[in-house]
Design a protein around this ligand. Structure first.
Ligand code: TXA
Ligand code: MG
Length: 350
């Protein structure tokens, strides 16, 4: 298949630039498109076959439910049974990086929800995504636009690497601002459970809803045989080819000096060692596979760059990667969750 490529000019009206991609979606084809979290691999969410094509293009097991993307928050009512808490969340955080799991309506095929009677609904913040959905005239089912097991794509180039020749169209709308996938919450009555942390943080959700809990799978590896609440969380995710180790503070004086000494030792033993570290450490570390992802306390920058950096390591000869991890406050929770998964939950306390 020849993949059509569309580069967005944000200075010009979006509709004419998105017309052909919207037509592809309406006719049952697949389009990789930008969102503020990560790029999505979209198909018509009301068409059971489109979901099958998505699974095939990604190489993903078909019991993993897809998120249904809508052009405006009020469209949720057509595809799911909403309630007062949904309205409050929509008012506060939509359009934006939040997915809400609700009971599904019959129009949404079970092939899209992986057989579940609930559906994840999301109204993306990126205007290209919303205009594309509006023009297609149907809701868009979209997982992240990576091959299964690869880090989520945050640029069109990442989508090309994974999906060129496998989808009808790739839209280049620039870098995804957040860089990590949306926060997923499940509504049960007037309580919320965070199934996957993201840029809408527990602190932000608690301002809207007094009862917010965090699913156990967010911090810890689930015991063998346990089914996670968000089925996708069970798969190996975000993992580069090399083995990743997270480096955290064991407490005590001068963490920076301890980490720098530890990383220097690793580099002296194996100069090709991959390092993903705070900007401040880089001048003390020399090695061909030393990458930075922002200043020490800038979790937003780390989130924005994490997947790009993990993908970059796949093009190097590094067989081990040591990554510095900081706070789990705010967006730090989502960042740490993705880093844990990339590291297969291996954390070194230094
Ligand atoms: O930011 C995002 O959410 C991106 C962009 C493209 O919107 N999409 C994304 O999709 O991350 P995906 O397929 O890579 O991850 C979807 C996650 C999976 O872990 C899946 O199990 C969970 O959402 N999920 C979807 N529907 C669900 C449901 N009804 N109940 C529980 N979990 C659900
Ligand atoms: Mg994904």
């Amino acid at each position: 298949m020849k993949t059509e490529f569309v580069k967005i000019d944000y200075e010009k009206p979006l509709a004419p630039q998105l017309e052909s991609a919207a037509k592809i979606l309406a006719e049952g084809g697949l389009v990789a498109f930008p969102t503020e979290t990560v790029y999505g691999l979209g198909g018509n969410a009301l068409n059971a076959d489109a979901a099958k094509h998505i699974y095939a293009a990604k190489g993903r097991p078909s019991d993993n439910p897809l998120i249904v993307h809508i052009a405006k928050p009020s469209d949720a009512e057509r595809y799911a049974i909403t309630n007062e808490l949904y309205q409050k969340l929509a008012q506060a955080f939509m359009p934006g990086p939040l997915t809400v799991v609700l009971p599904k309506r019959d129009v949404v095929p079970f092939s899209v929800t992986g057989g579940l009677d609930t559906v994840g609904i999301r109204c993306p913040g990126n205007p290209v995504a919303r205009e594309l959905i509006r023009l297609a005239g149907v809701p868009i089912a979209a997982p992240s636009a990576n091959l299964s097991g690869r880090p989520s794509p945050t640029t069109a180039a990442h989508c090309v690497d994974d999906l060129d020749g496998r989808v009808e169209c790739i839209i280049d709308g620039g870098e995804s601002e957040v860089g990590l996938e949306s926060t997923i919450v499940k509504i049960t009555g007037d309580s919320l459970t965070i199934l996957r942390p993201g840029a809408i943080t527990p602190e932000m959700l608690r301002e809207i809803c007094p009862s917010v809990s965090i699913d156990g799978g967010v911090f810890d590896k689930l015991p063998e045989g346990t089914a996670p609440l968000a089925p996708g969380m069970k798969y190996r995710h975000y993992a580069p080819r090399a083995k990743v180790y997270l480096v955290r503070d064991a407490g005590g004086e001068d963490f920076d000096a301890r980490v720098i000494a530890f990383l220097q030792k690793k580099l002296s033993e194996a100069p090709e060692t991959g390092i993903l570290c705070f900007d401040e450490y880089a001048p003390s570390l020399s090695g061909k596979n030393v990458l930075t992802f922002g200043e020490k306390h800038d979790e937003k920058a780390h989130s924005h760059l994490l997947f790009d950096r993990l993908r970059h390591f796949d093009e190097t000869d590094a067989t081990e990667i040591y990554a510095t991890a900081g706070t789990t406050e705010g967006i730090g929770l989502a960042l740490y969750n993705r880093m844990l998964k990339a590291a297969g939950y291996t954390v070194l306390y230094i």
